[in-house]
Design a protein around this ligand. Structure first.
Ligand code: CA
Length: 522
């Protein structure tokens, strides 16, 4: 704490020396003139500063909209005018002589509105995403709303699933939890020094590993944030990965022993699944549109109906393969059930749906084994030190976080092929029980997104703004209810996004209009 306070004081002093704009927030308009010259000067004066463990390696003023170079998948992005601060916290030589330290980027907007946002990461982190705050922000990211936005690599450099940093104790701890606090305190102090006042509210948004980071922030650092948006959290990836592997092995067992390699659900079998899902679940929400909005209603899906009757071989699936799927989706002794949703038949690009494809996944080729020692694997998970420290599925006492009036919003794609949406919902219900229904309902919401894959994508209304409603809730006491979702692929139409277990039921009229639906559990 002492070092960050000193840090803020130094920056504040430098700001007041360089320009008068530093004493006021929000900063003046971006367009031309002395204000933007001062902004640029004060920004670039940060470069090369070292304060305690925090070293600023670069500081660049972008006074016009900044276009990002193409990232994964060729996507580009636009960032509202800002000062980009790049730096490292606790740069050092660690285990095996490898350089470690928490790399961070901080975007200080020209038009600051007084709020701070920490971005969650993804995979095993190891790189710094552009600090724009895009998760659950609809078409308007946090930076363009005037948030200060911080992004970081959680303490190591490496490709998405390079786990070698676990050889270094500090890097492992930073990934598991500590970097969230370290980066927040350092970058918030930086913002305070730059603008001359501390952010009046702090938020966090993230999905997958970023969702896990949001959960750990609420569980382990309850004083840090006022509102956290948590998407498809990697709450206990050891268990969910084992579930994916188990489903593959169950299907492998249905192959004749002479067939080598992993089994896959065929294209014809996928059509059968799709047809039966539609038959049993599509209309439960009042409209047959190829999407299953009544997620709880579809828990009653009966996979037995997929199986070939005696003598039947067409438009059906062999009974032993149906049995394998039914077992895998029902939830293993170590995991929750997997939702039967339309996206399970998806074959890519990107992560395929939950139906075993026999194709390589993010961790390499599919398992071709016909046997798996589940008891031994569960025991290994129970003794897995990294899982013990990183998992966020178990701690539910959020009394300090809730006691401050802080809020939580969770979202999860129902067709997420990696982490079951029912696992996050299960946590939500356990936390409700642990903290009391009244306190929980006053502070937490859960939004299921039918058809959505892992964090986004799929045949889904996967574009929605939870950040704006979160700010309204935290700062103005307006609790969110039904929200509006659109399609990120640009296809026309909107749907209500209902707080689970409610779902949007069609009541008639234009199917593309939100007014044609009501949120209900009926
Ligand atoms: Ca439907």
């Amino acid at each position: 704490m002492t070092s960050t306070k000193t840090f803020a004081a130094i920056l504040l002093a430098s700001a007041s020396l360089v320009g008068s704009a530093g004493a006021q927030a929000p900063a003046g308009p971006a367009a031309g003139g002395r204000a933007s010259e001062n902004f640029a000067t004060r920004c670039e004066a940060l470069a090369g500063q070292v304060m305690g463990e925090v070293a600023i390696t670069a500081a660049t003023a972008y006074l016009q909209t900044r276009t990002l170079p193409a990232g994964p998948g060729g996507r580009t992005g636009q960032m509202a005018p800002h000062c980009l601060v790049e730096g490292t916290i606790n740069q050092r030589v660690g285990a095996a002589g490898v350089q470690y330290g928490i790399g961070f980027e901080l975007a200080l907007p020209v038009e600051w509105q007084g709020r701070f946002l920490l971005m969650g990461g993804g995979g095993l982190n190891g790189s710094i995403r552009p600090p724009s705050g895009p998760v659950a922000a609809g078409t308007r990211d946090a930076l363009s709303r005037g948030f200060v936005v911080a992004s970081h690599d959680s303490g190591h450099k490496g490709a998405g699933f390079d786990a070698s940093f676990h050889a270094d104790q500090r890097a492992a701890l930073d990934f598991a939890e500590t970097s969230v606090r370290t980066v927040t305190l350092a970058t918030r102090a930086l913002a305070e020094g730059f603008y001359g006042m501390a952010p009046h509210h702090s938020y966090m948004t993230g999905c997958s590993t970023g969702g896990r980071e949001g959960m750990l922030a609420s569980q382990r650092y309850p004083e840090l944030f006022d509102g956290i948006v948590i998407g498809a959290p990697a709450m206990r990836p050891g268990q969910s990965n084992l579930g994916v592997e188990w489903a593959q092995v169950l299907l492998n067992q249905t192959q004749p022993e002479i067939v080598a390699g992993p089994a896959g659900i065929t294209a014809a079998e996928r059509l059968v699944v799709d047809r039966e899902l539609t038959r049993q679940c599509d209309g439960l929400d009042g409209r047959e549109d190829g999407m299953i909005f009544d997620v709880e209603g579809c828990r009653g899906f009966d996979p037995a109906a997929l199986a070939c009757a005696p003598g039947q071989s067409d438009s059906c699936i062999a009974p032993e393969r149906v049995e394998a799927l039914a077992t895998a989706f029902a939830g293993a002794p170590f995991y929750v059930p997997i939702p039967w949703d339309t996206g399970i038949t998806f074959t890519g690009p990107g992560l395929p749906g939950y139906l075993p494809a026999g194709a390589p996944g993010p961790f390499g080729p599919a398992n071709a084994a016909r046997d798996i020692d589940i008891a031994e694997r569960i025991n290994a998970l129970q003794w897995d030190a990294v899982g013990r420290l990183t998992d966020t599925a178990y701690w539910t006492n959020l009394s300090t976080y809730l006691g401050r009036g802080a809020k939580l919003m969770y979202f999860h794609g129902v067709s997420d092929p990696w982490f079951s949406a029912f696992d996050t919902w299960d946590y939500f219900q356990r936390a409700r029980e642990a903290n009391g229904a009244e306190a929980w309902d006053d502070a937490a919401r859960f939004y299921m997104v039918p058809g959505m894959m892992h964090c986004n994508g799929g045949n889904a209304f996967d574009q929605f703004d939870l950040l704006g409603p979160m700010v309204e809730w935290v700062e103005n006491g307006v609790a969110p209810d039904a929200l509006t979702a659109a399609r990120s692929d640009g296809t026309q139409g909107e749907r209500p996004l209902c707080p689970h277990p409610q779902y949007p039921r069609y009541t008639g009229g234009d199917p593309d209009a939100v007014g044609s639906y009501i949120c209900t559990t009926g």
